[in-house]
Design a binder for this molecule. Structure first.
Ligand SMILES: Cc1cc2nc3c(=O)[nH]c(=O)nc-3n(C[C@H](O)[C@H](O)[C@H](O)COP(=O)(O)OP(=O)(O)OC[C@H]3O[C@@H](n4cnc5c(N)ncnc54)[C@H](O)[C@@H]3O)c2cc1C
Length: 642
């Protein structure tokens, strides 16, 4: 069974884990007087609980405590100071800037050019570096103070508002807030990345290369250290010019995590919202950044429907699309005075790949400071901040500027149309490939090629299906349906376009694609995701019971026959093993989807699981075993267990 949406598994126990505090809302844990702290320490694997029931003697009292002075936190601190709030900043490193100070992070309007301003402004506040948050003092749903720890010295300070900008939910976790982790299907995150620089003695242009190691944080840390050392030693012109432009200000060995846990917030922004063009009535900012998480992963079968539509079905490699982000994404659910800007804010995993860049994280920090200012002025809880009061402040600080790029729409406007229904049909009479690249966009050479146009036509059908209006949706669907059977090679395209519009008339063609792989409607195109695999995914969505026998057959055969010829054509770019993994994974998840709607077919799924023959699936990411993923989510049994 897939994990419950947002289910969170505790991280592996370290030798010493500090400051995990039980939710005080649990009446049994309450200590007389209402104010309590319960710190759970895990020392060498042995758990101990320490309780403190008396109100501490607070050493100082602040309007706002900002925990974590990274990209979002540094901005939050600056803006609190600018609003004349008595502010205390806490940072575990020896300087502010967080991830924006890592070597190699230089694109897209980073914080690093503003760091000097931040540090100057910070002189007007109390800032503690080399200091961690060790606990929170809570009273009901309010945080009344925080405990800090530096050089073994503990200090308690009172706070009216707390901004948790640690990026890893440190304070929210201590308050017992709900946490969400990774993708909905199996909770897997894309947490780590490494910046590796190919200096090659200066003969070759160096290039940072990022990879994700979902299961190995310490390796990522090692990589960062190595990178920092290389950069420090580098005399290469490229890096010197980056430094001169202020882009490589302080390469440091901070562990870089693209995605960690996220806090359960009042509102959540998702990729489905963005595709539907949802504009929240209370936007904090508008974003448009390239989504790149799934690009690093090959198990996109476990990603959301929207990611699969974009990447697999339409063949668009990066999600580069405008989205609106509501105020509730920085308000921690269940706490009155806790704001949670930074990359643990309320964004779903699928959109999180886009909404993680510095410009966006900086805006979450600015917005949190403005909300804190209003909370104090209006004496209200975070979730009750009136948007009418917040909006002018957001405008004043530039948060509500339009997204910096709306590439898909630009393509819409310039090269492709918008496509008329007739143009969509004409474009689908071409094989869809995976040639479209986000950076080529409106200026690139490939833009406007027939293959891109076909990918764009599929996207148009999907978007029309989601957004309507109803009459134009019906009109396009009718034209796609009428085109079926006229040019057999492109029937797969028309059926998939219909399926993207959620039109069940596609099902007979999809069944045929799966039953007769390599048939006329299933051309094998280099670099493309084949129609037969897309068809399996769609049949799962339609919960098509009739396709169960053929899916069971694919699994039982280890997808050998089904994938014949794909590897030679370069499908999925990973050879025979990769093609078989994709077919098996899609077939098993489709069976699971069918079973969810037709419980009577459970036996078929169970039999398939038992019969599944898995080759060892090592992906191009070292140590990321795709077969193991299938085992972990229970789609195939673990060795020895039947
Ligand atoms: C390898 C890599 C490359 C990237 N490249 C780019 C790029 O080119 N352009 C771009 O715009 N973005 C890039 N990003 C994304 C972007 O840099 C980050 O997502 C963004 O900076 C995160 O900001 P943040 O405030 O959420 O977290 P951070 O900047 O990490 O801030 C969190 C801060 O909290 C502190 N902290 C954590 N826990 C505690 C605690 N318990 N007590 C006290 N302090 C604590 C940390 O030390 C840190 O300073 C990249 C990210 C990575 C990992």
């Amino acid at each position: 069974m897939p994990l419950r949406e947002g289910a969170y598994r505790a991280p592996p126990e370290g030798r010493l884990r500090l400051g995990s505090v039980r939710p005080v809302s649990d009446a049994r844990q309450r200590i007389r007087g209402g104010l309590c702290m319960e710190i759970r320490l895990t020392v060498n694997g042995k758990a101990t609980v320490r309780r403190a029931g008396k109100a501490p003697g607070f050493a100082a009292s602040y309007d706002v405590v900002v925990a974590g002075l990274g990209t979002a936190g540094a901005e939050a601190l600056m803006h609190c100071i600018a609003r004349k709030l008595k502010t205390f900043g806490i940072e575990r490193q020896n300087g502010m800037g967080g991830l924006s100070t890592i070597g190699g992070i230089c694109f897209g309007g980073g914080l690093n050019r503003r760091l000097r301003d931040c540090e100057q402004a910070a002189s007007a506040a109390d800032v503690a570096y080399g200091t961690v948050i060790a606990g929170v003092w809570t009273e009901g749903r309010r945080i009344v103070g925080v405990r800090t720890l530096a050089n073994g010295i503990v200090r308690d300070v009172a706070a009216a508002v707390v901004i948790d900008a640690t990026g890893n939910a440190t304070v929210a976790r201590m308050c017992g807030c709900g946490l969400r982790k990774g993708r909905a299907f199996d909770g897997v995150m894309a947490p780590c990345a490494r910046a590796e620089v190919w200096l090659d003695d200066g003969k070759q242009t160096p290039r940072p290369i990022y990879r994700n190691f979902p299961d190995d944080l310490s390796r990522s840390a090692e990589d960062y250290s190595a990178t920092a050392t290389k950069l420090a030693r580098s005399r290469h012109g490229f890096w010197l010019s980056q430094k001169a432009q202020g882009r490589m200000l302080r390469p440091s060995a901070v562990i870089g995590a693209r995605e960690e846990v996220r806090v359960e917030t009042e509102e959540i922004a998702s990729m489905a919202d963005a595709i539907a063009g949802k504009v929240f009535p209370n936007p904090l900012f508008f974003a448009c950044e390239p989504e790149d998480l799934p690009v690093y992963y090959e198990d996109h079968v476990f990603e959301s429907k929207e990611i699969r539509n974009w990447k697999v079905h339409c063949g668009l490699p990066m999600f580069y699309y405008p989205s609106s982000v509501p105020y509730g994404t920085i308000v921690a659910k269940g706490m009155e005075n806790l704001l949670v800007p930074s990359k643990h804010f309320g964004v779903a995993h699928d959109l999180g790949g886009s909404l993680r860049m510095q410009p966006e994280m900086r805006k979450t920090g600015v917005a949190a400071a403005l909300a804190a200012f209003l909370m104090l002025r209006l004496k209200c809880a975070a979730k009750d901040v009136p948007y009418a009061e917040l909006k002018p402040l957001l405008e004043e600080t530039g948060c509500l500027k339009p997204a910096r790029d709306t590439r898909v729409n630009t393509i819409h406007g310039k090269k492709f149309g918008p496509l008329t229904d007739e143009e969509v049909v004409a474009a689908l009479r071409t094989d869809v490939t995976r040639t479209a690249e986000w950076w080529q966009g409106p200026r690139g050479e490939a833009t406007g090629s027939a293959a891109e146009r076909a990918a764009y036509a599929l996207w148009t059908a999907w978007e029309r299906g989601v957004r309507g209006p109803e009459a134009s949706k019906t009109a396009l669907a009718e034209k796609l349906f009428a085109a079926l059977g006229k040019t057999p090679r492109h029937d797969g395209n028309f059926a998939l376009a219909l399926a993207l519009m959620d039109d069940a008339r596609a099902v007979p063609v999809l069944r045929d694609l799966v039953a007769h792989p390599g048939g006329p409607a299933d051309p094998v195109v280099a670099g493309a995701f084949p129609n037969r695999i897309k068809a399996i995914d769609m049949l799962g969505r339609f919960a098509d019971v009739e396709s169960v026998p053929v899916l069971v057959e694919i699994v039982a055969d280890g997808a050998r026959t089904f994938t014949a010829g794909l590897a030679d054509a370069g499908s999925f770019g990973g050879g025979d093993t990769m093609c078989r993994f994709q077919a098996l994974a899609y077939a098993l998840t489709a069976l699971q989807a069918i079973w969810a709607k037709h419980p009577d077919r459970q036996t078929a799924l169970r039999t398939s699981r038992l019969q599944a023959k898995l080759p060892p699936f090592k992906s191009h990411l070292d140590g990321y075993d795709l077969g193991e993923r299938l085992r972990r989510v229970g789609l195939v049994p673990r060795k020895g267990r039947k």
